[in-house]
Design a protein around this ligand. Structure first.
Ligand code: GLN
Length: 486
């Protein structure tokens, strides 16, 4: 077996026993990146020098017996997490040369654990998208079929893990951007509860929805990364001062008697691919087979989720992105002598089409006279969606559903049709609107051999329950063991 194929748990055990060094492991991962990156385009920056230095430091720490679960483990992160001294583009030409002078809190936490960072991952510009075709640099390709999208916006984060170009990665999820690419690439992805992981140093898209989370090869690695990145941070006023449990402790616990909710509204969802439907209903049977009790629940406001999200997210984005004016950040059109013209042309040159579209929608929704009709109304709908979940969780421990209505589709198929893409977020957006945790675990393959994910959602701060269910399910199946041939 090649070292780059290891899971975090396997690698950590070999590192602990000193059977391998982090330098060997990191070398193997970098060689793997060099071998397959031209097919996938998962990275915006490969940080080989930094990685080899961190691997050496990790080996020194391990030789002193100073080892934590991520010490010496090669990981990569979505290119919207500030890493001091390393270019952080957020997938945008606007920030093509932006080098942050500070670290995101999650980067500090990974470094404290002794993790090795092999690179910054490709993504849809400012995390807006679900196919990675909105990257300001190049689209990412799905390792299972290079002509298809990997999902998005954390497409690089998912494709890199699926293609063994890192042992695990971090992504961000505003409306599904961890879960949906994890589903399309056949790996595990978790969007934590809003406030569980600090957003400090994450380039903001829609601040009331954004959360950082892990993408990993299996559930136990997901729990290990959650342990490392979770917790209160005084630098993020929305992070919650709540103790972080040991997320690995619940793995292996019996799920017999747990109640799993199946939303009736999701079953009748238009456009649900029969292969996805089939894989998800088989997954439900498997859960029943291992002792869970499945019950019907209702989320009556589901059909309003897409509309509410696509008012709230662009509104917040239009405000967050106002800072990119050519003065303080990123590129500037130096030929302009007039200030307003300089703002206008810098923003027109620096932002891609989808980002400009959302800024226009958001600015419109927030403008005087329209605010109540759009942003105000969408916020009311958001409350109703949150209440739907509260009510549903009175009768179940977790809710399962598809992640995306279809498996990964060909690159270019929907790129001129933003509405179709927005509608494809139907199963994932509600968790962000309600702030609850949600994860994706591999649950099968389409007839074309493309991975399909099962979504599991839970109450606020009940990530442990999700991990426990996902782990039991994973033990009963072997979808997570299959790898794309590259
Ligand atoms: N696809 C959604 C969007 O385009 C979600 C993106 C995300 O979660 N960052 O907004």
């Amino acid at each position: 077996m090649n070292l780059y194929e290891l899971t975090i748990k396997e690698a950590a055990s070999l590192l602990g026993k000193k059977e391998i060094s982090s330098k060997e492991l990191t070398r193997s991962v970098i060689d793997r990146i060099n071998a397959v990156e031209n097919k996938i385009d998962a990275f915006i920056t490969i940080t080989e020098e930094l990685a080899m230095k961190q691997a050496e430091e990790a080996d020194a720490a391990i030789s002193k017996g100073d080892i934590m679960p991520l010490t010496g483990i090669p990981m990569a992160v979505k290119d919207l997490l500030c890493l001091k001294g390393i270019k952080t583009t957020c997938g945008s030409k606007f920030l093509e040369n932006f080098v942050p002078p500070y670290n995101a809190t999650v980067m500090e936490k990974l470094q404290k654990q002794g993790a090795v960072i092999v690179g910054k991952l490709n993504m849809d510009e400012f995390a807006m998208g679900s196919t990675n075709e909105n990257s300001g640099f190049k689209p990412v390709r799905n390792p299972w079929d290079l002509s298809r999208i990997p999902g998005g916006s954390s497409g690089g984060s998912a494709a890199s893990v699926a293609a063994d170009m890192c042992l695990a990665s971090l992504g961000s999820d505003t409306g599904g951007s961890i879960r949906q690419p994890a589903s399309h690439c056949g790996i595990v992805g978790l969007k934590p509860t809003y406030g569980r992981v600090s957003r400090f140093g994450l380039v903001a898209f829609a601040s009331s929805l954004d959360q950082i989370g892990p993408l990993t090869k299996n559930v136990s690695d997901c729990a290990a990364v959650m342990n490392a990145i979770s917790g209160y941070d005084p630098k993020d006023s929305t992070s919650v001062p709540k103790d972080v449990p040991d997320y690995t402790a619940c793995l292996g616990q019996d799920i017999a008697g747990m109640k799993i909710g199946i939303p009736v509204e999701y079953q009748s969802s238009e456009g649900l691919d029969p292969d996805v439907e089939n894989a998800v209903s088989k997954a439900v049977k498997t859960l029943e087979g291992i002792g869970a009790e499945c019950v019907e629940v209702s989320l009556p406001h589901t059909s309003y989720a897409v509309a509410a999200y696509y008012v709230i997210a662009p509104s917040e984005a239009s405000s967050n992105l106002a800072r990119y004016d050519g003065v303080r950040y990123g590129i500037r059109d130096k030929d302009q002598t007039d200030l307003i013209k300089m703002y206008r042309s810098s923003r027109s040159d620096g932002f891609g089409q989808e980002v400009q579209r959302r800024i226009i929608i958001g600015t419109y929704c927030l403008s005087a006279g329209y605010y109540d009709a759009y942003y105000g109304k969408a916020s009311e709908v958001r409350t109703l969606i949150t209440q739907d979940f509260e009510k549903a969780f009175e009768t179940c421990d977790a809710i399962v559903s598809p992640v995306a209505p279809t498996p990964a589709f060909p690159i270019g198929q929907n790129s001129d049709d933003p509405l179709t893409l927005y509608l494809s977020d139907i199963f994932t957006l509600s968790a962000n609107l309600a702030g609850i945790p949600g994860m994706s675990v591999p649950c099968g393959f389409s007839r074309d051999g493309l991975p399909v994910g099962l979504q599991i959602m839970g109450k606020h701060f009940q990530e442990e329950k999700l991990l426990k269910i996902a782990h039991s399910y994973e033990q009963a199946t072997d979808f997570h063991k299959k790898k794309p041939s590259l």
